[in-house]
Design a protein around this ligand. Structure first.
Ligand code: CO
Length: 214
């Protein structure tokens, strides 16, 4: 889980240096450091493993500190935001200029045949710098869809065209815009788990959550 998250994070930043680099310094720090520190941790563990007794305490301490830092950063991505409010087989969620949705999860009533997600970007930043969308995939497909979306580029809304792993997605919008997508509930009532996330490069680190049918 941690490795997957860090790999995704690194991939997001690598594929879109501008997206990660343009964020505020505090955002930059919280996102970039865990990956770097984790690398240090791996190096430290390797040294500890191969060295006889060459400063094993230092290596162990570094690895522990790195693990703690990375865990804290990952914890910051988890949120205490509410589950989306559902009415009439649909929900309206918000995304903002701070690269966050206002909900942590979406629970779709099993009584619905179709479900509509409306995304409202409450910020003011343009789509090219703070674009948001809602992409639904299996959780196991998120990283690959995210990476291929980043490679597809802004013109494609950071979603690879005709990607069979994409169950549904809205278009990518900027501040002040609203968009929506409807899809058959049966598509997320199979062999999940399923997630929703923003495919703007780097955003899925903070902008993702489970979507389930109950
Ligand atoms: Co976004």
């Amino acid at each position: 889980m941690m490795k997957a998250k860090l790999t995704l994070l690194a991939a997001g930043c690598a594929l879109a240096l501008s997206a990660c680099g343009n964020n505020s310094s505090s955002q930059d720090t919280s996102e970039a450091n865990p990956a770097a520190v984790a690398t240090v941790a791996n190096a430290a563990e390797t040294r500890a493993a191969v060295a006889d007794d060459a400063a094993p305490m230092n290596a162990g301490t570094a690895a522990y500190a790195a693990t703690t830092t990375a865990a804290a950063a990952a914890g910051a991505a988890a949120s205490d935001k509410p589950t989306a409010v559902v009415n009439d087989c649909g929900t309206e969620i918000e995304a903002n200029d701070a690269m966050q949705y206002n909900v942590s999860s979406i629970v779709v009533p099993s009584s619905c045949s179709d479900f509509k997600i409306t995304l409202k970007h409450t910020g003011t930043l343009p789509v090219a710098s703070m674009g948001h969308d809602v992409v639904i995939t299996k959780k196991s497909d998120m990283a690959g869809v995210d990476a291929d979306g980043a490679a597809a580029g802004l013109d494609k809304g950071y979603v690879k065209p005709d990607d069979p792993r994409v169950i549904a997605h809205t278009k990518l919008i900027g501040g002040g815009e609203t968009t929506s997508v409807s899809f058959p509930v049966s598509k997320i009532n199979g062999d999940g788990p399923y997630v929703f996330f923003c495919s703007f490069p780097g955003h899925s680190v903070l902008m993702h959550g489970p979507i389930s049918v109950q």
